[in-house]
Write a protein that binds this ligand. Structure first.
Ligand SMILES: Cc1cc2nc3c(=O)[nH]c(=O)nc-3n(C[C@H](O)[C@H](O)[C@H](O)COP(=O)(O)O)c2cc1C
Length: 501
């Protein structure tokens, strides 16, 4: 099987097979910006990413591909790809929805519907085991195989994003760890370039990858076999960047379920680890379980500089394989959107709906990690608060839970703020003084702990202490009493803008 052989056919209702295929599909829709060479020694790419998002807005800024970057005084050959995922029309492209339009609301619904079909009756993702490519030489990630002295990680276009970062990072890598008798894990962890054949790996304590390495260390293993795949197929990257696969569940099988087809994999050069054959790069080696090194600081996902991580893991690199003319994928951490968003939103929506039948929409606003907004079709007193409490109980996430009525569009931040201003009484909230939260929120008092807040911004019913009746919205009255008004304006719309003084 040729891993790149399935051509991008819009509407085939299956996700794109590779990063290249997805980038090409975005480009056809004018959603991939090709950029001239940039001087990262002067942090040009980072400043560009900020400006792009400031000017387009976080929900509209397109993906971009920088032709070449200058690092350490040398122009590097690899194009750098960033800001790939997360806008709903782009997610529709990724998941093969047909037709794709620019309407984020319609695409949100279409993508969630398409993904709903990939869940089983219990609300879990279907699983499909990976398949090994018949001829490893056909695997694009083996176009170039570097071993021994030919291995030089520093040669490629890994960026130092921020002047305060400890150095250059491979920050979009899916880290495959295989532990005999324990199992395999795939997790996305940033990796600091430490030399031509060394890089630090940063699974935070408690992450599945960290738990496996810790278990190996405790039983006396001296090294762990590890491979880092940069730019695997988007569904493997999605599985490796989320907890949709539980501890010791197979991320590759989950990725297969999300794709609706097996992930084609190929064996590494120096270990038995199987990695997605379409990856841009595979960095192979051994992680020491007896010697550790400091890593960081690094500008983290909340947009703040994180602490130095004392005694982190280090990979001794034995081989690097890559595509011909490989692309480097870079996360401008805390700024760009770097992982497919829809599976996690869909998974949350369908799973919470089993607990909250009134749930009509679920959204985690971009640029506001820790905040979640849901809409419900509220019929009974207490329903809004009960729904909010249900989400706040998620140990890892959801610091602030906002619940609104289903008539509001929760993808539109101004409508959510409208609910806070016009429908919410601060008394309709719940403060949880201290509970578990695993996110690197800089305001947390201690690692793993946070307070949380449920804001019930649904219209309170009289039985909940709300007003005897709620006034009608002016817009609703317009639609009701002058039903032709919007039709008239829509029909004349071009005319309003064609008049010249
Ligand atoms: C671009 C990107 C970089 C990430 N970097 C890290 C990281 O350095 N350390 C970490 O623990 N989690 C990081 N994460 C989050 C993890 O990938 C996520 O929590 C995932 O569930 C970890 O895999 P695991 O559950 O198998 O441990 C990152 C996610 C993304 C999308």
């Amino acid at each position: 099987m040729n891993p790149d052989s399935v051509a991008s056919a819009p509407g085939r209702n299956r996700p794109c097979d590779s990063v290249r295929e997805y980038a090409a599909a975005l480009e056809r829709r004018g959603r991939l910006l090709r950029l001239p060479p940039m001087d990262q020694d002067r942090y040009e790419a980072t400043a560009f990413a900020y400006r792009l998002i400031e000017r387009y807005g976080i929900e509209s800024a397109p993906a971009f591909l920088i032709e070449r970057v200058r690092i350490g005084g040398r122009w590097r050959d690899e194009p750098v790809l960033a800001n790939l995922y997360g806008r709903w029309p782009d997610e529709a492209v990724l998941f093969g929805v047909d037709p794709v339009t620019d309407d984020p609301r319609a695409m949100y619904r279409a993508v969630l519907e398409a993904l709903g079909a990939r869940l089983d009756e219990a609300g879990s993702w279907r699983r499909i085991a990976p398949v090994e490519v018949a001829d490893p030489r056909e695997a694009p990630c083996k176009d170039v195989v570097l071993t021994g002295d030919a291995v030089d990680l520093e040669r490629f276009a890994w960026l130092q994003n921020n002047p305060a970062d400890a150095g250059r990072y491979v920050n979009m890598g899916s880290v495959f760890i295989e532990a005999p008798e324990i199992g395999r894990n795939v997790g996305t962890y940033r990796c600091q370039v430490k030399g031509p054949r060394r890089m630090a790996i940063n699974p935070e304590p408690g992450q599945h990858g960290w738990r496996i390495l810790d278990a190996m260390r405790k039983r006396g293993d001296r090294v762990a076999q590890v491979a880092v795949a940069v730019g695997p197929d988007p569904m493997t990257f999605c599985a490796s960047s989320t907890k949709m696969a539980g501890f010791l569940e197979d991320e590759l099988e989950l990725a297969g379920g999300l794709r609706g087809a097996p992930v084609p994999v190929v064996r590494c050069e120096t270990s038995d680890i199987r990695v997605p054959a379409c990856s841009e790069f595979v960095i192979e080696g051994e992680v020491s379980l007896t010697e550790f090194e400091d890593e960081g600081p690094y500008g983290e996902m909340y947009g703040y500089l994180g602490p130095v991580k004392r005694g982190n893991f280090v990979l001794e690199i034995r081989a690097i394989t890559h595509r011909r003319d490989p692309w480097v994928l870079n996360s401008f951490t805390g700024l760009t959107c770097d992982m497919p968003r829809a599976p996690q939103v869909a998974s949350s929506f369908y799973q919470y709906r089993r607990l909250i039948p009134a749930l009509t929409a679920f959204n985690t606003p971009r640029g506001a990690s820790g905040v979640v907004v849901i809409a419900i079709d509220k019929k009974f007193p207490g329903e809004g608060m009960a729904a909010g409490q249900c989400l706040a109980a998620n140990a890892g996430l959801n610091k602030v839970v906002i619940v609104v009525d289903k008539d509001l569009d929760i993808l539109d931040p101004s409508q959510v703020l409208h609910a806070l201003g016009a429908r919410w009484q601060p008394s309709a909230s719940l403060l949880i003084p201290q509970t578990q939260m695993m996110m690197p929120d800089p305001s947390r008092p201690r690692w793993g702990l946070s307070s949380k807040m449920v804001i019930d911004a649904t219209r309170q019913l009289p039985g909940e202490g709300g007003p005897a009746s709620w006034p009608a919205l002016n817009r609703d009255l317009l639609v009701e009493r002058a039903p032709q008004a919007f039709e008239l304006v829509d029909a004349r719309w071009p005319e309003y803008f064609s008049r010249r003084e």
